[in-house]
Design a protein around this ligand. Structure first.
Ligand code: MN
Length: 716
């Protein structure tokens, strides 16, 4: 490569530089570097053509140009030129390293690694690709911005591709890239991507919309022009400087509105839209005042995103007024800077530094931080991951308040518990209840904009698996999972120790408790905790321990008769095992399955079958231990009952415990124990009852839920 600069640059190169100069006046010092990337790409791809028949370089130039339109820094624009040299031309990374800065090379490598997602692949692979992509994005957000530019140009030139390829690319653009662009506040790119996807995924609709929008424009152009000059006149009278113009709505947003509201095109498109651009925030509100004074506003359509910006940075005031002919007209008022931000989103906040750090940017986008959290805490199943991603990407926001009046932005459908985690992780862990607008509500209550939320906490952590069923934010989900993972081991250890003590006592071997606790090595466990954990998980039973350690023991024999007294000895426990007879079957004590629960059997080596609830957290890894799972079915004799534990949280008040026990009594149900403790204004308790079936348990739970003041009911 030669580093010499030519006397005159090609026309397209000059155009690019002028584009950059419009937002970066210091561009001259970077010209040699950009020229190097330009020429390197041109040389590398010289024998390479696109499906359209054009030189491939056109794609690279256009990618770089789109990046300049997004006001990106020099490194990103250079990487835009080079983004296909590794993959398509097989130029080794080292060669790039000799020619360009580490930052440029790392951006190119990042884009190459993301690759394209194969939308025909299994959901699992999709999720993995997506995960990979998001981790790259989290490392340096410029990687995805280059990918956006690349994809946008490919979508603009998709005509040259075969139909199947068009469909796949369009799906991917609509479902992955456009939502991501939306999240990053890059509305212009998002709009174009969506409209182009619609063009290929639904050509008839696209054509029809195109025609109708044209017709409509011709018909209403006059009305809009009139309205614009009227608004302009009123603003001028107040000596406010402003630009007023008509706004084009995207095809996709019109189409979505038709689908969503099930309304014909005419009604949806009848809403005219204009935009007013002013110099300062003060002027935004002056214009708003003028408009509201001259026209009747539709109050429920008023949104102030200047006072409370969206988390992707979007700011503007939106209002809809009744125009002169009785037609509703939407008006967006914003400053130049806000307009820029709405165009290019996160890129508008780009600092022209070559530091390679994108902390500044990441700070701007909270959801990205949450996402990185999730990706690093890799415990979600693939399907579940895709689901959370989709919710995160498409969700809109609500605005809620702390008791002190601080504003917190949450995704729509957030619950009180999500709010607790949004305030602070520790508040989430200690959360036992919530008040919304002064009224005590259950933790799974969904919040609405404007709600004032007070979280009631206790001194201890109250995290439960049940929480995962209703929290919706990524943040809450990942924090809860992490906590549970950490405590799972501790929990089974504690449970195991209890089971051991109780079991030995029941077998009239209380004297052996101390001894049994020290002899875990004889049973092949390295530590006492692993020994307890095995008991807690149901992999090792007290009966087996007694058999191994004490059957030869004279003392025990004389105590005699302990086997029939043992819990696990009851025939087949109401379970039938396919293909096996007289297997030793026991119900896992971690999840206490009852008839009606979906269950699964796990063969414990040489110790029979442990039956867990289908969703029990203590089930060993399904993939690794596939061979040890076995189908089991309930086969219960009438009248047989099973232990289940029901958790109750409610407002503390006199007679709460009485009411709970009364209901259980009324249901002719045998209660084994009831424990309540009071924390602040809330009472938490657990009742252990003997039930015949899941239906029976659910009936009791429904009745308990109806007790005044009771907030949540669940089964352990
Ligand atoms: Mn490309």
């Amino acid at each position: 490569m030669t580093n010499e600069l030519p006397k005159t640059f090609p026309k397209d190169f000059n155009e690019l530089i002028e584009k950059i100069r419009s937002y970066n006046s210091n561009i001259d010092t970077d010209i040699p570097l950009i020229w190097k990337a330009y020429s390197f790409a041109k040389t590398a791809h010289k024998d390479h053509y696109r499906n359209t028949g054009e030189p491939y370089f056109i794609h690279l130039y256009q990618t770089a140009y789109i990046l300049a339109e997004l006001n990106m820094d020099t490194s990103t624009i250079c990487a835009g030129f080079l983004h296909d040299v590794i993959e398509d031309i097989k130029i080794p990374e080292e060669v790039l390293r000799n020619e360009f800065t580490p930052l440029i090379v790392s951006l190119v490598v990042g884009v190459t690694k993301i690759g394209d997602m194969d939308f025909e692949s299994k959901q699992q692979e999709q999720a993995q690709n997506f995960r990979k992509m998001m981790l790259k994005v989290a490392e340096d957000i410029r990687v995805i911005i280059i990918k956006f530019a690349d994809r946008l140009h490919n979508m603009r030139t998709l005509d040259a591709m075969p139909p199947e390829k068009q469909r796949i690319k369009s799906l991917e653009t609509r479902d992955v890239y456009a939502p991501l662009a939306h999240r990053l506040g890059m509305y212009r790119i998002k709009m174009e991507m969506e409209d182009l996807s619609l063009k290929y995924l639904n050509p008839e609709i696209y054509k029809e919309l195109n025609k109708r929008i044209d017709d409509q424009k011709k018909r209403s152009q006059h009305d809009i022009d009139d309205f614009i000059s009227l608004v302009k006149k009123y603003i001028d009278e107040e000596n406010v400087e402003a630009r007023v113009f008509g706004r084009i709505k995207s095809f996709n947003s019109i189409y979505n509105k038709m689908l969503r509201q099930n309304r014909p095109f005419e009604e949806v498109f009848d809403i005219l839209a204009i935009r007013v651009i002013v110099n300062s925030i003060t002027h935004c509100y002056s214009v708003l005042g003028i408009v509201h004074q001259k026209f009747t506003p539709i109050t429920e359509r008023f949104r102030d995103f200047i006072a409370t910006p969206k988390s992707n940075g979007y700011q503007s005031v939106h209002t809809t007024v009744i125009g002169p002919k009785g037609i509703p007209i939407e008006i967006q008022i914003r400053t130049d800077e806000m307009d820029k931000t709405a165009e290019v989103g996160i890129a508008a906040h780009w600092k022209y530094k070559e530091s390679g750090e994108s902390d500044e940017l990441d700070k701007h986008v909270n959801w990205l931080r949450d996402l990185v959290d999730i990706l690093k805490n890799d415990t979600q199943g693939d399907e579940e991951f895709l689901e959370t991603m989709k919710i995160g990407l498409f969700s809109d926001e609500i605005f809620v308040f702390t008791p002190k009046g601080d504003l917190i932005k949450m995704p729509i459908h957030s619950t009180a518990l999500d709010f607790a985690f949004a305030v602070h992780t520790e508040v989430g862990f200690r959360c036992i209840g919530a008040k919304v607008n002064g009224k005590i509500v259950s933790l799974n209550t969904q919040l609405s904009s404007g709600d004032r939320i007070e979280i009631i906490t206790s001194t201890n952590h109250n995290v439960s698996y049940n929480w995962l069923r209703f929290v919706t934010t990524n943040r809450a989900k990942s924090r809860i999972r992490k906590w549970l993972q950490r405590h799972e081991f501790e929990q089974s250890v504690k449970l195991g120790e209890e089971i051991l003590e109780k079991g030995l006592r029941k077998a009239k071997l209380s004297a052996k408790i101390k001894d049994a606790k020290t002899r875990f090595k004889e049973l092949d466990y390295d530590t006492d905790n692993l020994f307890y954990q095995a008991i807690g998980k149901g992999d090792l039973t007290v009966k087996q321990i007694i058999k191994e350690l004490y059957t030869k023991d004279e003392e025990v024999k004389t105590a005699g008769g302990f086997f029939p007294a043992l819990h696990q000895y009851r025939s087949t426990n109401g379970i039938s095992v396919s293909g096996y007879e007289n297997m030793l079957v026991q119900l896992a004590k971690c999840c206490n399955p009852i008839p009606g629960d979906e269950i699964i059997g796990f063969i414990t080596r040489g110790r029979g079958i442990t039956v867990h609830r289908h969703d029990c957290r203590n089930i060993p890894n399904l993939e690794e231990e596939k061979d040890r799972f076995i189908d089991v079915k309930w086969q219960v004799k009438a009248g047989r009952t099973f232990v289940t534990r029901i958790n109750v949280i409610g407002e503390d008040r006199a007679n709460l415990i009485y009411d709970v026990s009364q209901i259980i009594h009324d249901q002719h149900t045998n209660m084994l124990s009831i424990n309540f403790s009071v924390e602040g204004k809330l009472a938490r308790g657990q009742v252990a009852v003997m039930v015949e079936s899941l239906k029976h348990a659910e009936r009791i739970m429904r009745k308990l839920k109806n007790i005044p003041g009771v907030l949540t009911i669940d089964r352990t």
